[in-house]
Design a protein around this ligand. Structure first.
Ligand code: WQD
Length: 338
């Protein structure tokens, strides 16, 4: 079975490509290197000892994308490619709507033309907006998201639902991720954003390796276990496994299915810092700062549906993810110094 993976050299995409190759899928990767590095291709081959095709192009480039559909007999698509910085999307809404929506529509038009009917979409817990309850269930309302980034996920989910209503041959899995963290145990793949990280774990990793001074804890007056923000942090290798299970589910032609991919447990910022200290073996300095605009107090998943329908169970804990993330950061820093 041949799977086209857009954004396949990115953080979640690369780990999913490893999982697909290890499950004996044929893979074609498309990536424009906007938020990834070409060296990731070689690292995936080093980990899996398997070959796969990589096309460096933008998913919005319909001419180049159509060449792939003509050359390759594609059976399914996993669509990661898209801008994903919540804060940046607030200041650049047009770029986010243009890139995220038009790349998806380009893909869907080519799928229709070439009769490709299996689609796994990288959605997000942000579609729940300010959740009406925690944990969040797939049946909870999809509301106006708290950022243009989140709105692109809401809109794309709506497009896919409308297509599935009229095209009974179309099988689509909406995977709503919570907070992906960690790295591949080899230390070859992980999250290493350019510049100062927006997200908590890559920021902690840079403090733990001496690249940044201290962690800024955005608010300690939330209605949570210790006043700091609570999130559902899922190891990226578990998340990748969830994509392979969702792909298998589509083989049973279920139409449209929706799954939360999380651990089902919430971890506060201070609990995460404590876990990271255990994983790296030394203290992580932090300072309490005012709340970050747009943040919600708590977000974590009910994962019963993925467990019951996909057999999805997480193998790794938050401490495992901290250990693997720290190992990757140390190894990446060594590689960058060469
Ligand atoms: C987590 C917690 C912060 C940074 C992310 C992605 C978004 C979406 C959902 C995929 C919050 C606190 C953070 C820091 C801190 N993913 N924090 N100091 O906001 O849940 O969103 O997951 O769709 O794309 O951005 O993740 O890691 O930014 O924040 O105290 O330096 O850590 O307040 O409580 P978030 P995050």
């Amino acid at each position: 079975m041949k799977v086209l993976v857009t954004g396949g050299l990115g953080f979640i995409g690369s780990h999913t490509v490893v999982a697909l190759l290890e499950s004996n899928y044929d893979v074609v990767v498309v990536d424009n290197l906007y938020n990834s590095k070409i060296v990731v291709k070689d690292r995936i081959k080093e980990i899996t000892n398997k070959e796969f095709k990589t096309v460096i192009c933008d998913v919005q480039d319909e001419t180049k994308m159509e060449e792939i559909f003509k050359e390759e007999k594609i059976d399914a698509i996993i669509h990661f490619a898209g801008y994903k910085a919540v804060g940046e999307s607030v200041s650049k809404p047009l770029e986010y709507y243009d890139n995220n929506l038009n790349s998806t529509i380009t893909l869907l038009k080519l799928m229709k033309k070439y009769n490709v009917n299996n689609f796994v979409f990288s959605s997000s817990a942000t579609v729940y907006g300010e959740p009406t309850r925690v944990p969040m269930f797939e049946s909870d309302p999809v509301v106006e998201a708290t950022s243009p980034y989140g709105e692109t996920k809401v809109m794309i989910e709506r497009i896919l639902k409308d297509i599935a209503k009229v095209n009974k041959d179309f099988n689509v899995a909406l995977l709503r991720y919570f907070n992906p963290i960690g790295a591949h145990k080899s230390g070859l793949l992980g999250e290493d954003p350019n510049g100062i990280p927006n997200n908590l774990l890559p920021y902690i990793a840079k403090v733990a390796t001496g690249q940044l001074k201290e962690v800024n804890v955005f608010g300690n007056d939330y209605d949570t276990v210790d006043g700091t923000g609570v999130r559902d942090y899922i190891h990226v290798v578990d998340l990748a496994k969830g994509h392979v299970l969702a792909l298998k589910k589509l083989e049973s032609k279920p139409g449209l299915v929706i799954y939360n991919l999380g651990t089902g447990k919430g971890t506060s910022v201070l609990e995460m810092i404590a876990a990271y200290e255990k994983a790296c073996g030394h203290k992580i300095p932090y300072v309490i700062k005012p709340r970050r605009p747009g943040d919600i107090a708590s977000s974590y998943a009910n994962c019963d549906k993925a467990k019951n329908e996909l057999g999805f169970v997480c193998d790794y804990s938050v401490i495992d993810a901290c250990r693997d993330g720290y190992h990757f950061q140390v190894e990446e820093n060594k590689r960058n110094q060469k």
